[in-house]
Design a protein around this ligand. Structure first.
Ligand SMILES: [Cu+2]
Length: 311
């Protein structure tokens, strides 16, 4: 009896995991650990943040947009030791995959002291961006670099000072963005960086404040057949250490052998596909019924959440 009920519950939970997600592990040297990632306190951990129809009054203008609900002033169990140049990833929980269309990005913010007691109120800079990887793909699905992946991979940049940092990974689901309902999934890991050199980049942002409700990158319609998503992605441009367009002659005293690394792993611009229409039209006639596959997922989530709680 019990076993049957458990199997039924697990079966019901499986598809839910595919629809929504939260970041729960940091991968360092190939090892994934939940010890370094702050846990959010949402009743349903994987629910997204939105401006419109917020599930819990948290929006991208909330303080908790930094590290997720309840995680702004709460450290993780531990802080990972990493080196500048290390390849890391943050993975999403319970076997989910990012099956909403949209970009992925990673930000860092230097803690004044220990990462575990840092509230993220300082300056943030973007270290990674992935938008369109497959220009011939479906803009509603597999055109996006993040599509169906369980992680966002990135590099700790060379050229930042040693010390403690928060790393904030984020995926934005754009299936409802034509209606002001972009979904933000994000979480923070804590790291201590060594082997770095240089200084914090100048194009920093505050969180909240990194995105505005009318930013084209978070109001992009995936339903208008326009694949011309801004390659820069939402928020600021990616910090590209040791490369400066304005002072190319200046040789940085970096000990690193190959300083010209680009943290933008795969943000291939999709410029040539729609040359006559460079600007994104606001898709005034976006048919809500087109959102069916995603809306069904959401409705299914709610039904399954209810079932899980009743159980
Ligand atoms: Cu969703």
């Amino acid at each position: 009896m019990y076993q049957t009920a458990t199997v039924a519950l697990l079966a019901s939970l499986m598809p839910m995991a595919n629809a929504h997600y939260f970041f729960d592990k940091l991968v360092v040297n190939g090892q994934a650990s939940a010890d370094f990632v702050r846990s959010n306190t949402r009743p349903i951990a994987y629910m997204p943040t939105k401006w419109k129809n917020s599930f819990d009054n948290t929006t991208p203008d909330s303080i908790d947009f930094r590290c997720n609900v309840g995680a702004t002033n709460k450290g993780s169990k531990a802080t990972a030791k990493v080196k500048a140049g290390d390849s890391l990833a943050m993975t999403i929980a319970v076997g989910a995959r990012m099956e909403h269309p949209g970009p992925g990005q990673v930000y860092m913010s230097k803690a004044p002291g220990a990462a575990g007691s840092y509230d993220g109120s300082g300056d943030w800079f973007k270290i990674h961006q992935e938008t369109i990887c497959n220009p011939s793909g479906d803009i509603k699905k597999d055109a996006w670099c993040t599509w169906s992946k369980d992680r966002i991979s990135f590099k700790i940049p060379q050229g930042i000072p040693d010390g403690d940092y928060l790393i904030r990974s984020e995926h934005i689901g754009l299936h409802g963005a034509h209606d002001g309902q972009a979904e933000f999934y994000y979480g923070c890991a804590q790291v201590t960086v060594s082997g770095g050199s240089g200084s914090i980049p100048s194009n920093t942002v505050k969180i909240p404040g990194v995105y505005k409700v009318n930013d084209p990158e978070v109001n992009f319609s995936v339903w208008s057949n326009n694949k011309n998503y801004p390659a820069k992605g939402p928020g600021p441009a990616v910090f590209t250490p040791n490369t400066s367009a304005t002072t190319p002659a200046k040789e940085d005293a970096s000990p690193v052998a190959s300083p010209v690394s680009t943290p933008i792993s795969s943000a291939a611009p999709v410029s040539s596909s729609t040359p006559s229409k460079p600007a994104q039209s606001p898709a005034p006639s976006a048919d809500p019924s087109k959102c069916g596959m995603y809306i069904r997922r959401h409705a299914r989530d709610i039904a399954q959440i209810a079932a899980a709680f009743l159980h």
